[in-house]
Structure formats: C-alpha cells, structure tokens
Design a protein around this ligand. Structure first.
Ligand code: UDP
Length: 238
C-alpha cells in the first residue's frame, strides 16, 4: 500500500461538475469519470465521503426570478442534490463499489437519514458515503454542507473539485494575467478577498482548522495524487 497523506476525505462535487459541456443536467461520461476516480481512491485504502451540489438542476436563488418563494426554491435546490446523489450512487454501484446515499431531508425509500455515527461506520467499512440534500436547511449551500459534514466526520481535508486547477488571483477564465497560488493561509484568503467557498463554509473550516484543497477534477490522476501527498491545486490551511 502506498503511504497516504489523507486517509479520510470529503470530496465536494458541484452540480455543475456533473453536467460536462451540456449546460444542464447530468452527463453520464462525467459521472463515470468521477466514479472511476473514487473507486481508485478506495483501492488505496482511502475513506471517501462526497457532498454533491445541485446547481446543474436548480438553485434557490433562481427561484426569485421565476416567482417562487426563496425558501421553497432552496428546498427545490436540495431536492436537486438528491437526484445528483442518486445518479452518482448508480455510477459507483455500476463499478461494484459499495455506497450509501444519505439525505439531510428524510426520504427513507431512497436514502438513509443522516446519523453521524452510522455515516462514519460506513466509511470505516469502505463504503462511499454520499451526502445529499445539503444541510437540510434553506439559506445554506452545499459548500456549507461540505464544511459541516467534513468537520462532523473528522475528515482530514475537503477536496473541492472545480474546472480550474486551483485558486487564482483573479478568475483565470476571464483574466489572462491571473496567477495561481500553491498554498494559502485562511487569513491570506480573507486579506486578498479571494473566493474559495462561501463565507459560512469558509469560516467553519477556518475555525476548526480543516484544510481545503481546490483542484482540477477534470484531470484523471489528480485525486489519487492528492491523497498520496503530491502538491496539486491550491492548499488552504493554518
Ligand atoms: N441548498 C440549501 N441548503 C443547503 C444546500 C443547498 O438551501 O444546505 C439549496 C440552495 O438553493 C442551492 C441549491 O440547494 O442553491 C443547490 O446547491 P448549491 O448551489 O450549493 O449546488 P452547487 O453550486 O454545488 O452545484
């Protein structure tokens, strides 16, 4: 077995990362890509929890534009994360990986309710735990759910998979002069006004000293290399 820097990880996958180039919904190629990478981590002996977003289907903030009340819209967004979670669960099971889908909103027929000790037991047994329905409360995001659950299950790190290979001084998709950071402290992120996660999520990680790595999830080897200690993406800690 290779030496591991991170033994228990919380992987945050945004809803958008599931849609590929489609602009909406779930791209089966993307699902299969993530499922294979997660399977590889299990092979290394890493315990994997996933928090899945819903932005590829619905965001609460869209609600206002369509005349739907904000809180109702947020619940719709949480439902969207359950749909994504079910899709990821299917893709993993298709590879023979044992999984448990957990929902922060009770939906007994399709997902387990969230019970912390049970979730950590699944991880110890090598099952991939997929946390869906965010925190179960409106006005939050799935980044906050990731920060909350990662702290609760004592994850070693939050791995935030994105389309870019780390945190930049400006948006690299818009500004060609943007430069990438390899390491940042929590204080530096704030003093430079960088955006890593929303403030609620970021504060939760900062207060509990939980490292965050922002990395390019599109590159097949990245997850594996990160858990083995390679400097991939941007590490925020301390
Ligand atoms: N949401 C919520 N509470 C939570 C998590 C999510 O109300 O704890 C709602 C919110 O409306 C959000 C939507 O679900 O816009 C989808 O989640 P998010 O935008 O975080 O997904 P991502 O950007 O990761 O795809």
């Amino acid at each position: 077995m290779p030496t591991l820097k991170y033994r228990r990880i919380l992987l945050k996958l945004s809803g958008e990362s599931l849609m590929g180039d489609q602009g909406f919904g779930i791209d089966s190629n993307m699902l299969s890509h993530y499922a294979h990478q997660i399977q590889e981590l299990l092979g290394l002996g890493v315990q994997v929890a996933v928090v899945i977003g819903g932005g590829n289907i619905y965001r609460g903030l869209q609600a206002a534009e369509s005349g739907i009340e904000r809180v109702q819209g947020d619940y719709m967004g949480m439902m969207a994360t359950v749909i994504n979670g079910m899709a990821l669960q299917s893709a993993l099971e298709g590879l023979g990986v044992y999984t448990r889908l957990i929902s922060a909103i009770e939906m007994k027929q399709i997902a387990e309710p969230y019970i912390r000790r049970r979730a950590t037991r699944h991880l110890e047994k090598g099952r991939v735990v997929i946390f869906s329905a965010g925190t179960g409360s409106p006005y939050f995001t799935t980044d906050s759910a990731a920060a909350l659950r990662a702290n609760e299950i004592n994850a070693d790190v939050i791995l935030k998979g994105t389309r870019v290979d780390g945190i930049y001084s400006a948006d690299p998709e818009k500004d060609p002069t943007a430069t990438k950071f390899d390491n940042l402290t929590f204080a530096k992120v704030i003093s430079l006004g960088l955006s890593v996660m929303d403030m609620t999520a970021f504060t939760l990680c900062r207060e509990n000293n939980l490292p965050i790595i922002v990395f390019d999830i599109g590159r097949p080897e990245n997850l594996k290399r990160i858990v083995q200690g390679d400097a991939i993406g941007t590490l925020v800690e301390g």
